[in-house]
Every structure is written in C-alpha cells, then in structure tokens.
Design a protein around this ligand. Structure first.
Ligand code: 5RP
Length: 224
C-alpha cells in the first residue's frame, strides 16, 4: 500500500516526463505551489542548464527552485511557456479545480494563464464528484474583508478568515465552507466580479488540460 507521500511522488514524476518532451535551452516551465509541487521542483533540478528557467507561483516555490540551481524568471520577461505544473485541493471529472490551500491562488492563476497547458498533479484522493467539501479560498484586499464576506454568505457559504496568513501579494484569504458547487465556471465568474476580490480559488475558466492522478495501481490520466 503506497502512502500519500509516495502517491504524490508518482504524480510529480509523471509530470517530469512532460518536461522531458519539451526541454530545450529556450523553454520556460511554470511551477506551482504546495507539497506535490515541491516534489516536482525537486525532480526538476535535473533540468537545470537544459531549460532557460522557470516562473514560480509563490515566493516559497521560487526559493525552492533557486536552491536547486534553477533560474527563476520574472513573468514579465516571459512570453510563453509550454507547461504549467501544479497540484490541486479538489479536482472534478471536467478538470475544474479548487486551489489555494497554500494561499498562492492568484499567482498560480496568473502563471497558468500564460502557459499552453496546465498539468495538474495529485493523488487520487483529490478527485471528487462535486467540489466544495474543501473550503473555497478567496484572496481579498484587506479593506473589503467584511463586504466580500457578506456577499459570499449570501451565496450560501460560510466565510472564515484564514488567521495569521497574508498572501505574497499582501492580501488576506477568506475560506468559504459549505458550498456545493454545481456550476464552477459560473461561480468563479461571479466571485471574481465582487469588488475587493483579487481571485477566487476556482480554476474552471479554464481548468486543467491534463490531470495526472496517482493511484495504488499507477497513474490515472484525465484529459480535457
Ligand atoms: C496552493 C495550491 C496547491 O496546489 C494545493 O493546495 C495542493 O497542495 P498539495 O500538493 O500540498 O496537496 O493550490 O495554493
């Protein structure tokens, strides 16, 4: 029986095969945040010198990438990336995701938007029929905390401030429990439209292109 850590390692290793296919001196790889992304970063170390560099979705990942000798580029200096590799807190069969458990959702969404393909890496426990059991993280500008919380409560959620946490962008996170998400794209658009919301942790507009889900019997691959 493989542990969750071993399953995450399998998913990270599977993503490295995608990097192998595109590696070239001018190629930049987008890199996510979290414990699964950390394992991917550790494996990516072997590509130092074979790719132009990486773009990180958080200060945490940037430090880990740099510690492996990988170049970390400013997104403003990068026009395109073939791949963005990241984990998820929940993913459904449409490859829609909830992300932001690590609080890096905004930069994750920005970096992913520049990449041609989003490869989601996770253990199979992240695959759900309906998203919402994992409280939906929302990055909010501090002065809008209560105004946004009231709007989210009106949608049926129970907002909770992530105590003691400030994002890399200097904002707060509201985690919204109690949502049963039937229209992820609609909800993403609606929440993103609330004044004071920087980004909602739904990734449905678009979602991932490929999910590499580690199971006890190997990698299960889902494609959009
Ligand atoms: C961070 C994220 C992560 O991808 C998500 O929380 C999954 O993390 P892990 O790989 O540790 O389970 O969105 O903001």
């Amino acid at each position: 029986m493989l542990t969750q850590q071993q399953l995450k390692q399998q998913a990270a290793d599977a993503a490295l095969e995608f990097v192998e296919q595109v590696a070239a001196p001018d190629v930049v790889i987008g890199v996510g945040t979290g414990s699964t992304a950390d394992l991917f970063i550790d494996g990516l170390a072997r590509f130092a010198g074979r790719i132009r560099g990486t773009v990180a979705s958080s200060e945490r990942s940037a430090q880990r990438l740099a510690s492996h000798g990988l170049t970390v580029l400013d997104l403003n200096d990068v026009e395109s990336m073939p791949l963005y590799i990241d984990g998820a807190d929940e993913i459904d069969a449409n490859l829609h995701m909830i992300k932001g458990g690590g609080g890096a959702l905004t930069r994750e969404k920005i970096v992913a938007s520049v990449a041609e393909r989003f490869i989601c890496i996770a253990d199979e426990s992240k695959l759900v029929e309906r998203m919402g059991a994992f409280a939906l993280p929302i990055e909010v500008i501090p002065m809008a905390r209560e105004a946004v919380a009231r709007r989210l409560a009106a949608l049926g959620g129970q907002p909770r401030l992530r105590e003691g946490f400030i994002t890399d962008n200097g904002n707060i996170i509201l985690d919204i429990a109690g949502l049963s998400i039937t229209d992820a794209a609609g909800l993403e658009a609606r929440v993103n439209n609330m004044p004071g919301v920087v980004t909602c942790g739904l990734f449905a507009l678009p979602g991932a292109d490929v999910a590499l889900l580690a199971t006890q019997n190997g990698i299960r691959r889902l494609t959009r």
